[in-house]
Write a protein that binds this ligand. Structure first.
Ligand SMILES: C[S@@+](CC[C@H](N)C(=O)[O-])C[C@H]1O[C@@H](n2cnc3c(N)ncnc32)[C@H](O)[C@@H]1O
Length: 278
């Protein structure tokens, strides 16, 4: 039977799940996978090499973010840092990065990545986003990329006038262009489906200001800005796209890519960013 990973189970293990050997994720029972499809935290902690291959969209988010927020010389918290695609990019620009994640195996993977790149300005903190062991006003920028965020805690650790940034997908595009195909099978995970046109690489980038002095309870020094753009992530070969996306999302994703002989999927990504007031 498929093992379901609950928050209670993770708390019991102390988030100390052992990583599987590299590439072990390629062998699994398609009808009864462990971890089950969509169990993202369990995937990234058990198979960090798989998550790292999958996470091309984080590079795209970082590319775009660098155009809109100058990270040079800043102190940054990468909250839900995972295997480090974002951390590595941040550490190349920032003065210091605190990489925060409750799972040991992803932080170990992340640490090896930054060490191999010769970066010495990253501190790793194994803890959840709701209990960050940094003093008030410790960072200039708090970022969450494809991860849960405790807004009150992120606000607490960010300096007055600093940036709070939340990055991931637009509403209705959780699995990129696979969203419409997967929605009927996963109605509790995918609760809305955007129109297909947003995945056209020529679909325009938009940026809007949202009126209001707060964002998720956080007081703002300037309006929240919401930026949406389309990105096509290419996994190199059809077989590799089928392997990576099929493991995360299941046989329907695999079939979709095989039928179209497609090595890529298109994403509609969103960056929400603001400066906070204290
Ligand atoms: C989808 S991954 C994103 C990783 C990385 N930010 C990226 O963009 O590649 C989500 C990450 O959030 C972490 N996570 C899960 N629960 C968390 C929590 N309560 N606080 C902070 N991070 C958490 C997971 O371990 C995982 O590494």
């Amino acid at each position: 039977m498929t093992q379901t990973i609950t928050n209670e189970y993770l708390a019991q293990t102390g988030y100390l799940i052992e990583p599987a050997p590299v590439d072990e994720w390629r062998h699994f029972d398609e009808n009864d996978p462990v971890p089950a499809y969509f169990q993202f935290d369990w995937f990234s902690s058990r198979h960090p090499d798989l998550y790292h291959k999958f996470a091309l969209s984080t590079e795209a988010l970082m590319d775009d973010l660098e155009q809109i927020v100058d990270l040079t010389g800043r102190i940054v918290a990468d909250i839900g840092a995972g295997t480090g695609r974002g951390t590595l990019r941040l550490a190349r620009k920032a003065r210091h990065v605190f990489a925060i994640d409750p799972f040991k195996s992803v932080l170990d993977f992340n640490r090896r990545l930054t060490e191999r790149a010769g970066l010495t300005n990253v501190t790793y903190q194994r803890e959840p986003c709701a209990q960050i062991s940094l003093p008030d006003n410790a960072v200039d920028v708090a970022i969450s990329s494809w991860a849960v965020l405790d807004y009150a805690e992120a606000y607490r650790i960010t300096t007055p006038g600093g940036y709070l940034i939340f990055m991931g997908s637009c509403p209705g595009t959780l699995c990129g262009e696979l969203t419409a195909t997967l929605a009927p099978e996963y109605p509790t995970i995918i609760d809305s489906v955007a129109s297909a046109e947003v995945y056209d690489p020529a679909y325009p980038t938009t940026e809007v200001e949202v009126a209001g002095g707060t964002w998720n309870g956080v007081p703002l020094a300037a309006p929240l800005r919401v930026r949406d753009f389309t990105f096509v992530g290419d996994y190199g070969t059809v077989d590799e796209a089928v392997a990576v996306l099929g493991r995360f999302y299941g046989p329907k994703a695999k079939k979709y890519l095989q039928e179209r002989a497609q090595s890529s999927i298109s994403w509609r990504l969103r960056i929400e960013y603001c400066r906070i007031a204290k």
